[in-house]
Design a protein around this ligand. Structure first.
Ligand code: NAD
Ligand code: MN
Length: 363
């Protein structure tokens, strides 16, 4: 059997509940798929910081980089006030491992109890390394003693180009998976489509560079031009259209901040943040990560929905060359939801453990 070493970084809050759930599903999968997983626990997070003075020990970075074929991250808590010496380990990990795109599939599951649910099957690609998240902020006081603050926003040609290229490649990959499905099961029946999100009518220099660079990638790659439709949407109208007609979008590529906001918003379309997975993807490493945070309001109560983390494990497999086992997990998750196993965020009363057991049962 193929042997894979997966780094597990549960970190804080419900991260410590949903990552073990994802691990359980992977272990269950391995017995039936000629796969052998070895799991390595890695430390990180705010709790770890409070005990040890660092949120991301060097050992975690080294272990992931040198010993692991991929990783799964849970969630971190960030203090609401500034704590000296603390900075988010997830932002640092994305940087250390050069995970330059955050890939977020938002997919609705047909729900017999909710026939009015909109049909959503889109992939949001969020640039992961720059924009306002470079965190160059400063506070000043002007000559009239008025306090103001300025944040720098970085958009580079290089980061825009590789985010764009990933969007086009993933649009093609989604298309080839669709081609294997019976036509009546496909939600997207046309040519693959990539939508560039920007606000270059106002931010003509930064978002202008983003838009022009991605357009350039498209125009210079004949395969993209013949096989993909390129669209664009201003970020504000993107939000509007995404809620009105989510079925109009296939792959969406956005700068870091817009991508963060859009994908949390898109989670509302499919019922809960607890359902939406993501993967941080670079050229040499992939780290799955549920979109949600550490949810301190429900931590330790067996209420956390494990599906976002379980789907993140599937997305990890998909992005390290194992689409078959990944799709088995997706199908088992759909079966679990359709059978009515739901945690409280979806209006049910199942526990984290019951939902996880059900996914294993349907695998
Ligand atoms: P959150 O995603 O933790 O929670 C938002 C709401 O959704 C809460 O009501 C929570 O109970 C619910 N929720 C989230 N995940 C759920 C799940 N799997 N099952 C059931 N319900 C779920 O966001 P927040 O409340 O804004 O932030 C809480 C903490 O998480 C903060 O410290 C924040 O900084 C951090 N955070 C971390 C990440 C990350 O690790 N990437 C992302 C967002 C927020
Ligand atoms: Mn977010």
């Amino acid at each position: 059997p193929k042997s894979l070493t997966i780094g597990l970084i549960p970190a804080d809050g419900i991260g410590c509940e949903v990552i073990p759930a994802a691990r359980q599903v992977l272990e269950h999968l391995s017995s039936s798929h000629q796969l052998k997983f070895r799991f390595v626990h890695c430390d990180a997070g705010f709790e770890y910081f409070q005990k040890n003075g660092t949120a991301l020990p060097q050992k975690t970075v080294d272990t992931l980089r040198n010993d692991c074929d991929g990783a799964l991250f849970g969630a971190v808590s960030s203090p609401s006030h500034k704590v000296a010496g603390y900075s988010s380990p997830i932002v640092a990990l994305r940087k250390h491992l050069d995970l330059y795109a955050n890939v977020r599939p938002v997919i609705s599951t047909k729900d017999p109890q909710n026939p009015s649910q909109k049909s959503v099957d889109m992939l949001i690609i969020r640039e992961n390394t720059e924009c306002l998240y470079i965190k160059k902020e400063q506070q000043f006081t002007d000559e009239n003693n008025q306090v103001y603050a300025i944040a720098e926003r970085r958009i580079s040609q290089k980061a825009s180009e590789r985010a764009g290229r990933m969007a086009f490649q993933m649009a093609l990959a989604r298309d080839s998976i669709r081609q294997q499905q019976p036509v009546e099961q496909r939600r997207w029946t046309g040519k693959p489509q990539v939508t560039i999100v920007h606000k270059s009518n106002v931010l003509s220099v930064t978002d202008g560079l983003w838009r022009e660079t991605i357009r350039g990638v498209y125009e210079n790659t004949p395969e993209y031009q013949t096989r993909i439709n390129l669209e664009e949407q201003l970020v504000d109208s993107m939000v509007y259209r995404m809620f009105r007609e989510p079925e109009a979008f296939d792959v969406v590529v956005a700068p870091n901040l817009y991508g963060d906001i859009l994908s949390d918003g898109a989670a509302a379309l499919v019922g809960s943040l607890g359902l939406v997975p993501s993967a941080n993807v670079g050229d040499t490493f992939v780290m799955g990560e549920p979109v949600h945070g550490s949810a301190p309001d429900i931590a330790g109560q067996h209420k956390a929905n494990p599906i976002a983390a379980i789907r993140s494990a599937a997305l990890l497999l998909e992005n390290i060359g194992l689409p078959g086992p990944a799709s088995n997990i997706y199908n088992a998750v759909d079966a679990t939801l359709q059978a009515g196993y739901k945690t409280p965020d979806l209006g049910g009363s199942a526990t984290t453990e019951e939902v996880t057991e059900a996914v294993c049962k349907y695998l």
